[in-house]
Design a protein around this ligand. Structure first.
Ligand code: SME
Length: 159
């Protein structure tokens, strides 16, 4: 087992350390499921106040549940539906302070209050989305978004 203990004093260092750890975990490993599984576990262990962290993969133009940590979740999400489907269809980050105010939000876990979804895109093609949920409203700020975008840029190369 890898024992990464990432407890940085500020978010910039936290995401820098996370990126280095993720690089270490994925370098040289070609299996995308293994890399998503370790990425989900690393994020879950390192970021506070999450109730779900994981991936939905683009399988033939539909989002299908991938490796994650948290409670069992909905399995298939059409492009354009919910926060994940919107991120997938538009290939844009969705940072939602209050999921109850997001039209069409899909409530997989009633505890979720805010959500960050980052598309993982290679050569213009959507590979997957990273989905983070929090039981705290407005849990994710611009630094979390930038940090997770960096993680997803790395993942775009190894998924
Ligand atoms: N809330 C998401 C669905 C996925 S779960 O949060 C794990 C959405 O609206 O797309």
């Amino acid at each position: 087992m890898y024992d990464f203990k990432i407890a940085a004093a500020d978010k910039a260092s936290l995401y820098r350390d996370l990126l280095l750890a993720l690089e270490g975990l994925t370098t040289g490993e070609p299996d995308p499921i293994a890399n998503m599984a370790n990425a989900a576990a690393l994020i879950w262990e390192s970021l506070p106040d999450l109730n779900w962290a994981g991936f939905y993969r683009n399988v033939g133009g539909e989002l299908v549940l991938g490796p994650f940590q948290g409670r069992p979740a909905c399995i298939r999400i059409p492009f354009g539906k919910g926060v994940c489907g919107t991120a997938a269809a538009e290939q844009t980050v969705q940072r939602v302070d209050d999921v109850h105010a997001f039209p069409g939000h899909i409530a997989c876990d009633a505890a979720s209050e805010s959500e960050l979804v980052v598309p993982i895109v290679r050569d213009g093609q959507l590979i997957a989305v990273l989905d983070l949920d929090s039981p705290r409203k407005a849990r994710f700020d611009a630094e979390d978004e930038a940090g997770c975008v960096s993680l997803c840029e790395l993942l775009a190369r190894v998924l």
